[in-house]
Design a protein around this ligand. Structure first.
Ligand code: UDP
Length: 478
């Protein structure tokens, strides 16, 4: 059939919507714009309603999603952080990955795993397929990751105790406390696995990054300089922004109709990603801060969690009643200005809506790119993973974000700070400047993706041509 004749690329996504979403978009792009047949491998261990809906929305004639057989993690301590689960899954997936490869009738011309998957690259090479990494976060995060094995050797203390900021080539200065959660303390159970994962990046034939030239130009320049001098460094290809078009989204709560009735640029969208949850105290402060700001808002509310900031990671899309945990009378007092969406919103459609003028965000990289592509400035409320690093990058280098201060590192952001930031973004001079910058980046993102001349389009096309040549050599040799 048709898909058997097309050159075949295999992608492997680790669990979590933030990981599957950009790879799914990548799959669609490879199929639609570059003529590949794509297999997207996912893990059956963690399924969620949103995950299933996304996979079901893929074009079935060119993208096949295959769920790998379940891999036992029952020996891990039950309260292990999410990252520990992901590292263990990738460590243990080699036998099922080998089986999957052996079952393909159309041999793979290339393999692309996500940032957790570098340990799969030697196996895939052994099977005769060149392996790449699709690095979904920022170039700044990639720089930190590539330097991690050396930092680990040269810095004896925990990063969160470093007296001075970490200075990496081309990057904003990062305080130790702004680094990703697993890097803060060397005793974190995912720290050693991450150092191991990053030290295996040299096995990749290339690293594809979901960013574009004008987003982090200084970091790109430094990376290009390092590529010149460091032997064995896989070349970096900027192929972003890869974001969903929103065509897979449904509007069960009717929030888009509500937006239709609001003035242009007047609504603040409030959402903390696929897995983010606020603490009980932060939820109260957020509600009272939004109310005090007097601005219109559309808030994706989830049950608060005092244990994990990514409590919803594995259950994304499950719903319950918001009035159970919002301040008394809040819904009634804010009914003319605010609108709640339980658990999951059609985020891309919301950000694309003309009424949306700001995004109170956890700064996950997908959310950041979606906001950028639609020219929406942000307020940073980082929660976990590499979100604090993104918040610093967006506030200090990219220039599209206000960053209200927490009371202490990782602490609660009070209602006054929230109200002030919201007013400033939606009504103030700073907000105006950030909106202007966001529109500039929106145009730059569109230029990067433009067919034929766009820098990201050309970078992907270069790789696609290489993979197609491989596929046709295979056919010729068969
Ligand atoms: N998302 C969504 N609706 C929601 C929450 C999240 O569509 O209510 C999507 C969002 O558009 C983005 C992804 O989930 O594509 C979240 O990825 P991100 O990297 O921002 O954060 P993560 O979920 O990995 O923390």
């Amino acid at each position: 059939n048709e898909s058997q004749r097309r050159p075949h690329v295999v992608l492997l996504s680790s669990p979590g919507m933030g990981h599957v979403i950009p790879l799914a978009d990548f799959a669609v792009r490879l199929a639609a714009a570059h003529g590949f047949s794509v297999t997207l491998l996912t893990f059956s261990n963690f399924d969620s309603p949103a995950h299933a809906a996304l996979l079901a929305s893929l074009p079935s004639d060119s993208v096949t999603s295959v769920s790998l057989p379940s891999i036992s993690l029952s020996d891990l301590p039950p309260d292990s952080p999410v990252d520990v689960h992901l590292c263990a899954l990738l460590d243990r997936c080699l036998p099922v990955l080998r089986d999957a490869f052996l079952s393909f009738q159309n041999p793979a011309a290339a393999f692309v795993c996500d940032l957790f998957g570098s340990n799969t690259l030697p196996l895939v090479r052994e099977l005769g397929v060149p392996g790449y990494i699709f690095f979904a976060p920022s170039l700044t995060m990639l720089t930190l990751g590539l330097h991690l094995p050396r930092l680990d050797e040269t810095i004896d203390v925990d990063f969160e105790d470093l007296p001075d900021p970490v200075r990496l080539p081309g990057c904003v200065a990062l305080r130790g406390t702004d680094l990703p959660d697993p890097f803060l303390k060397k005793s974190h159970p995912a720290y050693a696995p991450f150092v191991r994962i990053m030290s295996k990046y040299s096995d990749a034939a290339g690293i594809l990054v979901n960013s574009f030239e004008e987003m982090e130009p200084e970091v790109l320049k430094a990376i290009r300089e390092e590529e010149q001098v460091e032997a064995g460094r896989p070349p970096v290809h900027l192929v972003g922004p890869m974001v969903r078009s929103g065509s897979d989204e449904t509007d069960e709560s009717g929030c888009l109709e509500w937006l239709d009735r609001q003035p242009a640029d007047s609504v603040l969208f409030v959402s903390f990603g696929s897995g983010g949850s606020l603490s009980t105290e932060q939820m109260q402060e957020m509600a009272l801060g939004l109310e005090a700001s007097g601005q219109r808002f559309l808030w994706v509310v989830r049950r608060p969690s005092d244990k994990e900031k990514n409590a919803a990671f594995f259950t994304t899309g499950n719903k319950d009643d918001a009035s159970n945990y919002l301040p008394e009378g809040f819904l009634e007092r804010t009914k003319d200005l605010g609108r709640m969406v339980p658990s999951w919103a059609p985020q891309v459609s919301v950000l694309a809506h003309p009424a949306t003028g700001g995004f109170f965000s956890h700064c996950g990289w997908n959310s950041t790119l979606e906001s950028t592509v639609h020219g929406v400035p942000m307020i940073a409320h980082p929660l976990y993973a590499e979100q604090r690093l993104n918040a610093v990058l967006l506030a200090e280098a990219v220039g599209i974000t206000i960053r209200p201060r927490a009371r202490e590192p990782y602490g609660v952001v009070g209602r006054e700070e929230i109200a002030a930031a919201v007013k400033e973004l939606m009504q103030g001079e700073k907000g105006k400047a950030l909106r202007h910058r966001a529109k500039e980046l929106q145009e730059a993102a569109a230029r990067a993706l433009a067919q034929r001349d766009g820098s990201s389009y050309k970078a992907l096309q270069g790789l696609a041509n290489k993979w197609k040549e491989r596929a046709s050599r295979r056919v010729a040799n068969a």
